[in-house]
Design a protein around this ligand. Sequence first.
Ligand code: AMP
Length: 238
Amino acid sequence: MRILLIGPPGAGKGTQAVRLAAHLSIQHVSTGDLFREHIDQGTELGQNALTHMRAGLLAPDEVTIEVIRERLARPDAERGFLLDGFPRNLAQAEALDGILADSKPRLDAVLDLEIPEAQVVRRIAGRRLCRQGREHIFHVEHSPPEVAGACDVCGGELYQRDDDRATTVRKRLEVYRSETAPVVDHYRAQGLVTTISALGQVQEVLDRALVAIGQARSMPPVRRAVAPSTGKVRGCRP
Ligand code: AMP
């Protein structure tokens, strides 16, 4: 199964991606995490990505597409994957279409996480990550750790991402609007997109996503949207 998760910064992509991938027994592939691994290892690619991340900009396409091509070619991606944070512009979407050209279907579903911009800065400002487990994500208000500054799962130190500071977040939002939003339209034209409200508890959003994926796999391509209040999927043929 191949799924894309798209949404603005702060929509909870990382949080949902980890849970969805575990639930569906597929690989969670995050370009942001792949870059952060390179940064931790001190590679040249990591240094290059870090410059762009700190400015709230996208890393160059050639580098990003190569990182993804290499990751998806590994045997553990054969069973399926959930892409989190890729593609982020049309050039990357077209490159992904090429990488998956021999797979049928190329993609099973594209989930578009929707959140009002006013919520984004607040959500991101409180986000804390664990230095030892990238999938351990906390929020100082919504899901605080039991001991401030320490991960509940492994005791690792919690920290705030450099690019989660307010000015960088505003730039990331601008980039999302101009470069990533057209990617949703690219897949909408293929009848693959389901829009899900990212508001509510983590479990509520996860349930909406699972309903949407179930529907997407059992239906021919349709235009789909999940009603925020009910979590029910609305669909209509293009
Ligand atoms: P994320 O963890 O997905 O929020 O990504 C963190 C940062 O990594 C982004 O703000 C970009 O600077 C960079 N990045 C992640 N994914 C991509 C991508 N598909 N294309 C270009 N840059 C990316």
